[in-house]
Ligand binder design. Structure first.
Ligand code: BG6
Length: 509
């Protein structure tokens, strides 16, 4: 009897035999994330021994020199000590095809290489294509996979494609891309990846909400005042100025990573962990986000761009002085939004989100701010103001969950202090070195699409973001740069909450 993907996972079973073909194999993602993730899977005994990797890129490598190149970075990017025998095993499975992504001849060579890999490594004709290329190649590669017969599933052999972000740059282009790739692939062959769903702490949101009886009854508008999501980075754009200039923080972070966090935090309990049951509920959340009208963009959306500044001991340059960035750039490196979900559970509960580069520290968290308790009882005491309960899901870097509540300060006078109950992942489970890609690659090898985006989810995300893009494009920012590196963004981000009588929580509090 064959197990379902979910059963395989429960059993911690070895993934299906396959060849993983990496388009864009000479790029950073391959050596930094994909190869270390495959190594970790092999080490945990989850990767089939009947396995091979074929790298495809236009760079002039041979299989030999590609192996040498990948090996030369292996230690640097590994998440732990490398076992020489296991590394050698993986290295022997690396192959390389040099060619242009838009040239049909590349796919003929690839076809031969895959047939050889099947013979040499016993990979059963199952192929996982990973598109780690710039987005303009996505549709082309998939078209040529289709035309060369390499996307066709037959005789029980599967063909799956993982597509990196960004998936489109607005609603129209996402729709076109979905339409184009579906000429060659069925939806169950398409795995639109978002590496936030590979993070343990993000997956834990589901476990936390739905495996504990005490939280779900209060997880709604009756008890929750508002939600704050912060995805802060201390790094600037580094070497990615070329890409970032055309993207900006809104496209780069919101319709993908941050919308995953909102979906998991706000979704209804799915009826099962089957891929479509979970994704149906996640998609409903995205559909419930009220898209802004142009007026609301002006009042509910804030953009910023970093100026020079100081992060700890280090001086940081302005965004406009970064490599491959225009000295008059209007690209935003910070976004804050006030979103509203139009459904029974969340009506009138604002979801505030902020994300940006060159903020004081790297931290991602979801803070659930509960409503205040009635004050009467403490009116005639020394308590000046009741603090509210707050549950914080710490996604990174200090993974855990904490709950703030009031406690009596010891002494003869009634006074209250805020105390915190904290669960820290490391204390309970130690730290499992991971790149965040292991689970996603493993799931794809087993045909489990739960943690991947469906076409409708991607389009729902862009539907929310499009009106903001339109207004921002029509009205270029006047005051960029508007926040110093090493600060929490422009003052308008504080005003966004202050207008509602609220404030951003001080991170670390
Ligand atoms: C990527 C963005 O998708 O996510 C980057 O393109 C960003 O700009 C990165 O830095 C953040 O990921 P993480 O895992 O470091 O939070």
């Amino acid at each position: 009897m064959t197990e379902t993907p979910e059963q395989k996972q429960l059993l911690g079973e070895i993934a299906d035999p396959c060849v993983m073909v990496i388009f864009g194999a000479a790029g950073d993602l391959t050596k930094r994330k994909l190869i270390p993730a495959l190594y970790n899977l092999a080490k945990s005994n989850l990767l089939s021994r009947e396995f091979a990797i074929v790298g495809v890129a236009r760079d002039a490598f041979t299989t030999e020199s590609f192996r040498a190149e990948i090996s030369s970075h292996a230690k640097e990017y590994a998440t732990g000590e490398l076992e020489p025998d296991l590394w050698e095993w993986l290295e022997r499975r690396l192959h390389y095809v040099q060619g242009e992504f838009g040239d049909a001849a590349t796919f003929q060579v690839l076809k031969q290489t895959l047939a050889e890999a099947d013979r040499e490594h016993g990979t059963h004709g199952n192929y996982l294509y990973y598109l780690a290329t710039p987005p303009p190649f996505f549709a082309t590669i998939i078209k040529l996979l289709g035309e060369s017969g390499l996307a066709k599933e037959e005789s029980g052999q599967w063909r799956r494609v993982i597509i990196e972000k960004p998936f489109g740059r607005d609603l129209d282009s996402a729709k076109t891309l979905n339409h184009d790739i579906k000429q060659s692939l069925a939806e169950n062959q398409i795995y639109r990846i978002d590496h936030y769903l590979g993070k343990e702490t993000v997956q834990n949101i589901l476990a936390f909400r739905f495996s504990n009886g005490i939280f779900e009854p209060i997880w709604n508008r009756n008890f929750i005042d508002h939600v704050q999501i912060t995805v802060a980075e201390s790094l600037g754009v580094e070497q990615r100025g070329g890409y970032y200039e055309g993207a900006g923080a809104l496209r780069d972070m919101i319709p993908n990573h941050i919308f995953q966090l909102i979906s998991l935090t706000c979704m209804e309990p799915p009826i099962s962990f089957d891929a479509d049951d979970v994704r149906d509920e996640m998609a409903k959340v995205l559909h419930a986000i009220n898209p802004f009208d142009p007026e609301e963009v002006l009042t509910h959306a804030v953009r910023g761009q970093y100026d020079a500044g100081q992060l700890g001991e280090q001086k940081a340059i302005a965004y406009r002085s970064e490599e491959k960035v225009s000295s008059t750039s209007s690209t935003e490196t910070f976004v804050a939004l006030k979103l509203q979900l139009d459904n029974w559970r969340w009506a009138d509960v604002p979801i505030y989100i902020r994300t940006g580069k060159r903020l004081p520290r790297r931290v991602t968290e979801i803070a659930i701010q509960f409503k205040q308790a009635p004050y009467q009882l403490f009116r005639k005491t020394n308590v000046e103001k009741l603090r509210t309960n707050r549950l914080v899901i710490h996604i990174q870097p200090d993974e855990g969950i904490s709950l703030r509540f009031g406690a009596k300060i010891p002494g003869p006078i009634v006074n209250l202090g805020a105390v915190k109950m904290s669960f820290n992942y490391k204390d309970y489970f130690g730290s499992t070195p991971s790149t965040g890609y292991e689970r996603l690659i493993y799931d794809c090898m087993n045909g489990d699409q739960t943690l991947f985006q469906r076409a409708d989810m991607v389009e729902a995300g862009w539907t929310v973001v499009d009106p903001i893009l339109d207004v921002w494009q029509a009205l270029p920012p006047r005051a960029f740069p508007n926040y110093a590196s090493g600060t929490w963004g422009p003052k308008e981000a504080n005003e966004l909450l202050a207008r509602d009588g609220r404030q951003w929580r001080e991170i670390g509090e």
